[in-house]
Design a protein. Structure first.
Length: 375
């Protein structure tokens, strides 16, 4: 993929008329209006994306991008890159957490080596490597422009292939030691918000490790010349400018190149592929949300094809989802990753569709239909 091809992507809006028809169907079900809460507009969105009033999401898959991050050399993680390989190998055997959860609801899992630094892609993992682990962004840019573009194209092509195989909805997942550092750095660079506010403990850093992680990201913001709208006041770490920086597609690519990860770029490609090929994409946690924000900056309108699942405990997660206008359904303090929160959302959507697809009507129970009034 060339830079110009990506920047010229034109995203069409999901079918509004079909969304309205699906909402009308919800209103005819024998229940109080809007009583399925967030699931009603989400089902409307999914049906509009698929252009299917029946909203068939029977065939599901999780795309899990696996990659290593050179910035762990700065002591920003308590684990080494071998953990990425070990967990990816577990996914290849279909014994990891996300694989067990997906199997319980009949979803497939596609682990993808998009940027691991091990000698060989583990058995059962798709070999799509574009870089042998990213470089340490504290010393040099994490990836070249071509590596970023290759990762994005890989994600888009995987969505295309899934659609050709009949998949109706996809989820995003990731595995990569150090990727809460890269995702916090990308979030800071895309928004201009202070890393002090956006950076969390990841898999369990102590106070010294967290301070080091924030310092590494803050220094990278300065080194690469990314806009910082002002630092959080030392007495009030939650303060942020109300209006985030708006990055152009070109600047967004530079952000991914300088401080991103191959998994983030690949997942941005999955989000873009969802918009291009009209497949709803369920986001998982922080890394997925940051990839989604990058995708929206690369091709405005992409967010209309995204479905939120949960809000992770990482401090940047809900802030990024807010920017995308996405409200997470699950608030359970999850931080497992791999796409596990998105798989939980698959199960909840199936339950909502039981109500939508096999409804009791008002005539069935012999009561007058509720009416919708303007308020």
């Amino acid at each position: 993929m060339e830079r110009e091809q990506l920047i010229q992507l034109a995203i069409t809006e999901p079918n509004r008329d079909l969304a309205a028809a699906i909402q009308q169907h919800w209103d005819q079900i024998a229940k109080p209006l809007d009583s399925m809460g967030q699931f009603e507009p989400l089902i409307c969105r999914i049906g509009a994306i698929l252009e299917d009033e029946s909203v068939d999401i029977g065939k599901k898959a999780v795309i899990v991008m696996c990659a290593d991050n050179g910035v762990i050399a700065e002591g920003v993680s308590q684990s080494e890159s071998e953990v990425t390989e070990n967990v990816a190998a577990s996914m290849g055997r279909r014994t990891s957490s996300v694989c067990r959860m997906a199997a319980a609801i009949g979803a497939d899992v596609f682990p993808v080596d998009i940027g691991m630094c091990c000698d060989q892609t583990p058995a059962g993992v798709m070999g799509k490597r574009v870089v042998n682990g990213t470089r340490n962004f504290a010393k040099e840019p994490a990836m070249t422009d071509q590596e970023v573009l290759a990762a994005i194209e890989t994600g888009m092509n995987l969505v295309r292939d899934c659609k050709e195989q009949g998949y109706r909805i996809l989820a995003t997942g990731e595995m990569g030691i150090g990727n809460t550092t890269t995702s916090a750095a990308v979030a800071a660079a895309l928004t201009g918000w202070d890393p002090e506010v956006l950076t969390g403990r990841g898999a369990g850093l102590d106070n010294d490790g967290l301070s080091r992680k924030k310092r590494v990201i803050g220094q990278a913001m300065d080194d690469y010349g990314f806009c910082r709208q002002g630092q959080a006041d030392s007495a009030e770490k939650s303060s942020m400018p109300t209006v985030p920086t708006q990055t152009s597609p070109e600047e967004t690519l530079r952000v991914l190149s300088c401080v991103g990860g191959a998994d983030i770029a690949g997942l941005a490609g999955v989000c873009l592929g969802g918009a291009v090929y009209h497949i709803p994409v369920v986001l998982d946690g922080l890394i997925s949300a940051v990839a989604a924000l990058a995708a929206e900056r690369l091709a405005p309108g992409t967010k209309a094809y995204m479905v939120p699942s949960h809000v992770s405990r990482e401090p940047a997660a809900e802030k990024v989802l807010d920017l995308l206008g996405l409200t997470p359904v699950i608030r359970a303090d999850l931080s497992l990753g791999e796409g596990t929160g998105a798989v939980m959302m698959f199960a909840l959507l199936d339950e909502a569709l039981v109500v939508y697809g096999e409804p009791a009507t008002f005539s069935d129970i012999q009561i007058e239909q509720y009416k919708r009034y303007d308020t």
